[in-house]
Design a protein around this ligand. Structure first.
Ligand SMILES: NC(=O)c1ccc[n+]([C@@H]2O[C@H](COP(=O)([O-])OP(=O)(O)OC[C@H]3O[C@@H](n4cnc5c(N)ncnc54)[C@H](OP(=O)(O)O)[C@@H]3O)[C@@H](O)[C@H]2O)c1
Length: 245
């Protein structure tokens, strides 16, 4: 089996300026990878760079997954790349009951979690070596949908279908997704607003593991998928038992 090494690998994380992606960047840098974090906001990327301690192995790139021309240009100019990860999601304004759903907000979820990942594969896969991988992030909403979350539930499910199809089409590249449960990250301000802490605490009591997720739990799972040469088309559920309750 080809050994998949993280040390010395060049890894791109779209969504690396916040939450799970930021913690993943810290972990990969500590393991000796060269890391590029990408997102739409230059300010968030600069803040992430400061939080990571401005390491020499870190690059940042302003990139919007909703813009095909930006994705094409990014991969034309990005230099060597061994693995691609996307933890990006734009769910602002998407958590509503049907009467209040705005198509523009639903469209941004689709762009960040379906069309964007499709385009990452279109332009990124040709840049990867045969031992390369793409790891996406879906989510437990596909399995345990909540009222107000229909768009996110559907898009997560669609992304998982895409993962299986791409694992066949792009072989021997490995294409996988981690499906997180509820994880305490900045995204919750869009989902629950001021009720974030109370909502997460209530879920912690319900879950078999007795707590909600930490970004480190998901970063660990993504590292596994990058490093395991036998995993492809896999949806790795890391959700504290949420699908069981
Ligand atoms: N946290 C949870 O409980 C949970 C549960 C299930 C699934 N998930 C999934 O896990 C992934 C990571 O979530 P998180 O909680 O770490 O989220 P987060 O903290 O909100 O981070 C999201 C990242 O995505 C970037 N982003 C958003 N839209 C983008 C776009 N169009 N193009 C490029 N970058 C974009 C953001 O930066 P900019 O805004 O600057 O672009 C940010 O860096 C997401 O796919 C989310 O749906 C999360």
């Amino acid at each position: 089996m080809t050994e998949i090494r993280i040390e010395g690998a060049d890894i791109i994380i779209i969504g690396g300026s916040s939450g799970m992606g930021l913690v993943l960047a810290r972990r990969l840098l500590a393991e000796g990878a060269g890391v590029t974090i990408a997102g739409r906001s230059a300010e968030r990327l600069a803040a992430a760079r400061r939080q990571l301690g401005d390491p020499s192995g870190l690059k940042t790139a302003v990139l919007d997954l909703a813009r095909e021309e930006e994705i094409a240009a990014f991969f034309r100019d990005c230099g060597p790349v061994d693995h691609i990860v996307s933890t990006a999601a734009d769910i602002e304004g998407a958590y509503h009951l049907l009467p209040d759903i705005q198509l523009s907000a639903a469209q941004r979820v689709v762009e960040s979690k379906f069309y964007g990942p499709l385009l990452l594969a279109k332009y990124g896969a040709p840049r990867l070596p045969p031992s390369g991988s793409i790891t996406y992030t879906s989510g437990v909403a596909a399995y345990r949908p909540a009222a107000r979350g229909s768009v996110v539930a559907a898009v997560n499910a669609a992304l998982e279908g895409l993962v299986r199809a791409l694992a066949v089409e792009l072989a021997p590249l490995r294409i996988n997704a981690v499906s997180p449960g509820w994880v305490d990250t900045p995204i919750w301000s869009f989902v629950a607003g001021d009720a974030k802490q109370a909502t997460l605490e209530a879920m912690a009591k319900r879950l078999p593991v007795g707590r909600v997720g930490r970004p480190e739990d998901i970063a660990d799972a993504i590292c596994f998928l990058i490093g395991n040469g036998f995993a492809t088309g896999t949806i790795l559920h890391v959700e504290g038992g949420h699908r069981l309750v």
